[in-house]
Design a protein around this ligand. Structure first.
Ligand code: SUG
Length: 434
């Protein structure tokens, strides 16, 4: 029996809008706007509560330590901590923003996962992402490895791999470019193995390349012991990348045997998608329900504006699915129409929709699915995750009090030069992890 658990990143106290996300239109559009860290963290927590209330195991990952003064020192800034902050603020505001980044909150980018049921050695493989495309995100890899290695240290069969070398052809954005398809929750440790789709951005011939390299996809599949016929290496459509689709999870989604993707999600993939349908049928003894959304039903522009594909799909206790959508979907009529069509369609397991306000994350290009990493675990593995990271009402209440106590209501980039605020953020983390 395999159970899907969700691991969400807590939004950090220095959540702000630095305009740093490569190819990410929302991030670029919000640059230098005041942010609301307290509201952002409470919105993320509310999503965790919602998922837990549906009966899905929910965990949180604590924020990374920011500002990252060591990183700034490695870039040549010297003196006391106050000197370092002042000179970076005077020299390059983007570096200051990067050192304070709260982008670790989007844990879909933290790692790629292969459950024990799918790997040749029957181990649970977790590969931390190098996030090499972005100045502000590459710093996450080491701290994330430490965090996940500790969290999974007692989990039977788990191996947490270090990030791939930080080279551009190996750029890796984790599960945001990975879809694991399976026959259903209960059957993946038996006959039916998961089928894995890894999507890279190497098909773009000029300008900005997508954030995942094909070499990365192939390396992850090898390292995780996936057999060739279980793996599909697809490419993002260049038109989608140009329209602001900086990760596959902005244009495609999947949960178990349901895969929903835009007609322009993949480049030159008709034959591979046909093979995918056949391999899934063979692997899990049922058809993959592949729903293709045509441009006439939802344009690429509307897909990016609504973030419909970044909705989070979870299994309800009765086996039906709930789709958790960002409120933006309600403002885009064609997205709303599609959601209602899926719910009304008897073949589609989506039975319900929940809309969540996530405007603080959304303004930086992060929807519900960006905020979580899915890990499929056996019951034995699930029981070995330290309980202090598990979300139930009591823990959510405690986290909510911690956020109210430590997080500023409003933050401007100019506040990031202040050593007092840096010390406040470090103390907040010490208070959480003590
Ligand atoms: O990497 N935004 C993130 C959003 C990540 C969304 N994740 C998924 N689609 N899975 C990014 O672009 C903005 C930070 C800033 O501009 O301050 C940022 O990093």
């Amino acid at each position: 029996m395999t159970i899907e658990a969700n691991f969400d990143g807590l939004v950090g106290p220095s959540h702000h809008y630095g305009g740093l996300g490569v190819g990410n239109l929302a991030s670029l559009g919000s640059q230098n706007q005041p942010s609301h860290p307290r509201a952002g963290a409470l919105q993320g927590l509310e999503k965790m509560r919602t998922v837990a209330a549906l009966g899905v195991p929910q965990f949180f990952l604590p924020p990374c330590r920011r500002p990252n003064i060591d990183w700034l020192r490695a870039l040549g800034f010297a003196g006391s901590d106050a000197d370092v902050l002042k000179s970076v603020a005077d020299t390059d505001i983007r570096l200051l923003s990067a050192a304070w980044s709260s982008a670790f909150m989007w844990t879909a980018n933290a790692a790629t996962v292969t459950p024990s049921s799918d790997s040749a050695d029957r181990r649970l493989h977790i590969s931390v992402a190098n996030l090499a495309s972005n100045l502000h995100r590459q710093q996450e890899a080491d701290q994330r490895h430490e965090q996940l290695a500790e969290m999974f240290s007692k989990v039977p069969g788990a191996v947490v791999h270090r990030a791939l070398p930080s080279a551009y052809p190996l750029r890796d954005e984790g599960a945001a470019n990975h879809m694991r398809l399976s026959g259903g929750t209960g059957d993946s440790d038996g006959a039916g193995q998961g089928v894995h789709v890894l999507v890279d951005g190497d098909a773009v011939s000029s300008g900005f390349l997508g954030r995942q390299g094909r070499h990365c996809s192939a390396a992850i599949a090898r390292r995780h012991g996936l057999s060739e016929d279980q793996v599909f290496l697809l490419q993002q459509h260049p038109d989608a990348v140009a329209a602001g689709v900086f990760h596959n999870d902005v244009i495609a989604t999947s949960h178990q045997y349901l895969m929903i993707h835009h007609a322009k999600a993949f480049f030159d993939a008709a034959a591979e998608l046909e093979r995918l349908d056949q391999v899934c049928r063979r692997s899990f003894g049922r058809d993959l329900l592949r729903v293709v959304v045509e441009e006439s039903a939802l344009s690429l522009k509307e897909a990016v504006a609504s973030y419909l594909f970044n909705s989070q799909i979870v299994t309800n206790v009765d086996g039906t699915f709930t789709i958790i959508c960002p409120e933006n979907c309600q403002a885009v009529p064609s997205a709303e129409t599609l959601i209602q069509q899926w719910i009304a369609d008897d073949r589609n397991p989506i039975a319900d929709v929940i809309y969540l306000p996530l405007d603080q994350s959304m303004a930086n290009g992060g929807g519900p699915a960006c905020l979580r990493l899915r890990i499929q675990l056996t019951t034995e593995q699930l029981a070995a995750i330290p309980q202090e990271y598990s979300i139930d009402d009591a823990r959510a209440d405690r986290l909510s009090r911690w956020i109210e106590c430590w997080y500023p209501e409003t933050l401007q980039i100019s506040d990031l030069a202040d050593l007092g605020f840096a010390e406040h953020c470090w103390a907040a983390l010490d208070d959480l992890i003590k």
